[in-house]
Write a protein that binds this ligand. Structure first.
Ligand code: FAD
Length: 362
């Protein structure tokens, strides 16, 4: 039986970052994944503090990006403005895309993940083995949500009955490093510039609203977005893609010697652009635990417990924030939206609250 320290499951952004980290730390690993999904370019708002961490650790910029220095958030007529001064020394966030992230990953010339059709696991007090592949290790890290069930992970999954449309646009207006978010008519629209005259959108709403928007011609869809955001002369650059919005979190992990990371551990509403960032946080915290401790066996219950405790606060905060805003603005919008007036005014008048919020998000 092949022996290794870490059995890494998945082939996605988080699993590839983990591979870079394990390689640097000279930790022995094998990487397996289910047959690959169709690859699509995705745009992400990424925390600048993660860019800093990556560059400090691997002496290479994480990926090309367009910095967002200001964001205006509209709750109907009320507006909150976040500016660079609230997030200094960082910008508010960096817009990047999956192709650029994988360009950086390729630079490390790591072996590709081996595709397998299924995974069967057996644990013992001292090791964990993949019986179907004849591999034995100290720790399994699962990053692929599709494997949760076969690994016996119990989670709460909340199907929000909402979908999100993503698409890219060109505009004649110069966007000047400024993003916008509109909470309007039980819809949430984020305008996320990735060049001075180009932006991606994330539009979330109940599934019937999204179905309707998807059925519009390109021209009418452009008019709809223009009406919501007020940017003039916009034109679609890509097809509209839609994704169901699922929120999930692990409540019980029946396997000892396993850590769950990335979307396998937590899926959150995209309204705050925090999903992948939580996965980055998983990698950063795992890295700092490895650096701080003198464990030879990363599958020891104590190490896994320390990791889970370290991640819990971040995960709970983002879950709470996104699901509360979603409930107020989309699910029960008509009732709760007027109640947003007061907190909006309060936040907008307080530089301290803005600084604290910016700190929690970047
Ligand atoms: C509408 C929407 C908007 C979101 N916006 C944000 C955001 O702004 N910020 C944020 O932090 N999170 C965001 N999220 C959450 C984020 O999408 C997920 O957390 C993230 O996609 C999980 O990444 P992954 O690598 O695990 O898997 P995947 O979603 O499978 O992959 C991510 C991207 O990488 C590509 N990819 C994967 N593997 C490979 C490979 N081996 N080679 C080349 N390319 C590959 C995929 O094609 C895809 O484009 C959003 C989610 C949704 C539904």
């Amino acid at each position: 039986m092949e022996k290794t320290k870490v059995i890494l499951l998945g082939d996605n952004i988080v699993s590839n970052l983990l591979k870079i980290l394990l390689n640097k730390q000279k930790i022995d690993y094998v990487n397996l994944c289910l047959p690959k999904k169709k690859l699509e370019t995705r745009f992400y708002a990424v925390k600048p503090s993660f860019y800093q961490w990556f560059e400090d650790n691997f002496k290479l910029p994480f990926s090309e990006f367009y910095p967002i220095k200001n964001i205006d958030i509209f709750f109907k007529q009320e507006k909150i403005t976040f500016a660079n001064e609230h997030s200094r020394p960082f910008t508010l966030f960096n817009m990047t895309n999956s192709d650029d992230i994988f360009k950086t990953i390729k630079h490390f010339k790591l072996h590709a993940a081996t595709e397998v059709n299924d995974i069967t696991v057996k644990t013992d007090i001292n090791y964990i083995s993949l019986t179907s592949q004849n591999i034995q290790g100290n720790l399994i890290i699962n990053t692929d949500h599709r494997l949760n069930e076969s690994l016996g992970v119990i989670e709460t999954v909340n199907n929000t009955q909402e979908f999100a449309i993503v698409a890219c646009f060109a505009t004649k207006t110069s966007l000047e490093n400024k993003a916008y978010q509109y909470f309007y008519n039980n819809q949430i629209l984020a305008i996320l510039p990735f060049e001075d005259n180009k932006f991606s959108i994330v539009l979330s709403a109940k599934d019937d609203v999204i179905k309707n928007l998807l059925s519009l011609s390109d021209q009418n869809f452009e008019k709809n977005i223009q009406k919501m955001c007020g940017l003039t002369s916009i034109s679609l650059l890509t097809e509209r893609q839609s994704y169901p919005i699922l929120q999930s979190k692990v409540i019980k992990n029946n396997l000892s010697r396993m850590i769950i990371m990335g979307d396998a551990a937590h899926r959150v509403h995209p309204l705050a652009g925090q999903g992948l960032n939580l996965g980055f946080g998983d990698v950063v915290d795992f890295s700092s635990l490895i650096n701080q401790s003198s464990y030879h066996d990363y599958g020891k219950a104590n190490f896994i417990k320390k990791y889970n405790i370290k991640r819990a606060a971040d995960e709970t905060f983002i879950h709470y924030l996104t699901s509360t805003i979603d409930a107020m603005m989309i699910k029960q919008g008509d009732f709760f939206q007027p109640l947003m007036k007061l907190p909006t005014k309060l936040i907008n008048n307080s530089n301290l609250i803005k600084k604290l919020l910016a700190e929690a998000m970047i």
